[in-house]
Design a binder for this molecule. Structure first.
Ligand code: ZN
Length: 180
């Protein structure tokens, strides 16, 4: 178990669509590291590519914000089948430190995914969990919260984005390959 470095906006791995998970046997140490990293950084969700791993996998724990029956979620090879309604909420992102933006998203989703054993599930989700899933699904497709707002709103954080991206590119050059 280990805390890994969180990859920031500007790093090319966060602009690629992630590969599907095919081998479910070797995921447990990656998932442990993802939880360690997410809790260390006080995040409520983390996608694998945010720690530099090109796989369609993310985790969520919103139990600190909203009471849930199940606090720890692991979603693999997810697909949003349907969505409806709309809501606004201020989102942050571990890959864009200190930037917060109001993002409009569908309120309800029907979500298909596999768990860590490879078993397929289809569930209806709403509220904060649905929002967090959509945020992480965006990551796995190379999309950020700054792509979900108007150009005018994006302009307000343009300087922050430039600073973060400069640091991210330097870090990407010196990063060692992660071994799964
Ligand atoms: Zn994020």
């Amino acid at each position: 178990m280990a805390v890994r470095e969180v990859v920031h906006y500007g790093d090319p791995i966060l602009r690629k669509a992630c590969k599907p998970v095919k081998d479910f046997k070797k995921l447990s140490s990656l998932i442990d590291d993802m939880f360690d990293t997410m809790y260390e950084e006080s995040g409520v969700g983390l996608a694998a590519n945010q720690i530099g791993v090109d796989l369609n996998l993310f985790i969520i724990d919103i139990s600190g914000i909203e009471e849930e029956t199940e606090s720890v979620h692991i979603f693999i090879n997810g697909e949003i089948m349907e969505s409806s309604g709309e809501s606004w909420f201020e989102e942050g992102c571990l890959s864009i430190p200190d930037v917060r933006l109001e993002v409009k998203r569908p309120e309800f989703i029907q979500f298909k995914y596999q768990d860590e054993n490879g078993t397929e599930h289809i569930e209806e989700m709403r509220g904060l969990l649905a929002r967090a899933i959509q945020h992480e699904m965006d990551h796995l497709k190379g999309v950020f919260i700054v792509d979900r707002v108007t150009k005018t709103v994006k302009m307000t954080v343009e300087n922050d984005l430039k600073m973060i991206a400069q640091g991210a590119v330097t870090r990407a050059k010196t990063r060692k390959a992660f071994v799964l």
